[in-house]
Design a protein around this ligand. Sequence first.
Ligand code: 2P0
Length: 352
Amino acid sequence: MASDTVYRASTTAPVNIAVVKYWGKRDPKLNLPTNSSLSVTLSQADLRTLTTASCSASYPSSDGDSLLLNGEPSDVAGARTQACFRELRSRRAALEAANPSLPKLSAMPLRLVSENNFPTAAGLASSAAGFAAFVRAIANLYELPASPSELSLIARQGSGSACRSLFGGYVAWRMGDKADGSDSMADQVAEASHWPEMRALILVVSAAKKGVSSTSGMQQTVATSGLFQERITKVVPQNMDLMEKAIKEKDFAAFAEVTMRDSNSFHATCADTYPPIFYMNDVSRAAIRAVETINANVGRTVAAYTFDAGPNAVIYYLEQDTEAVVGTFYHVLGEIDGWKQASLKGLKPSMS
Ligand code: 2P0
């Protein structure tokens, strides 16, 4: 094979929005969480990262590995990115050692080109889709015989929530208890087709980069919040059980209650952090009231809010309640100050 051969593979990875939140690391180096979490993977038609990985003996080794993110050079020297490169290369090197006729891709510099179709770092879990696509693109390039759960072990080291974006549908990240992290990975609780009526509405309150990054925010919470112990030992284990049951039984009222309670619990531990961390703002709180109004007016739970490390709201609802939820949301929020700066983004119906 000529030495100027360029080997290339592309993949996309979707965004996921947690309904039982990951917040806290028990081992920051291996990115091991203090609790399990559970998310819904959203449609790639709306929110996804597209990544192409390539390598070639003709790429100057002085260039090293590189990443172009949304057209801009991005730093790959960070420990988390390096951990992903190292894990993937060592798996490829093992394949090459077992089969000497394979091209020595593990020795070549890697070039990654990645594009999001949504704002980066706007509280829309860009790092989740980003690292999931990054890991899968290189795994495809290297032709690694790795299952999504095995790839989730690697993506986890890039960004915790990324391990959940290796699957579609309803996905759990089991925290595991081994010190080396070999059992801290994701699995699929249910396919998207199990409950295909699920919809998500994203209320983009602000597309600005968030004030306190998730990584540093959760470290501060672990170090200073008393409430946090209650959350990781009691609240989350119970919410994981209730959520898995709600999904298996397609019980939207139960799904919604756990989703809202878990978001509230997560933001309460942020407020209990010292100094406190506030991700939600007045428009976020108005969105909570709007959901309460909608549920009260309809007379049953048809909508559930959840907030990540930023002010944007994600509202889960079922397709048959679109009119009541989306229609009323515009109406109720239209009367609230501050709403005019926000915009509503409806997600297409499918989940991948
Ligand atoms: C989640 N979040 O479960 C929670 C809810 C934010 C709030 O996962 O440090 O970017 O890269 O492992 O994955 C955001 O944290 O943190 C997150 P790192 P990540 O989706």
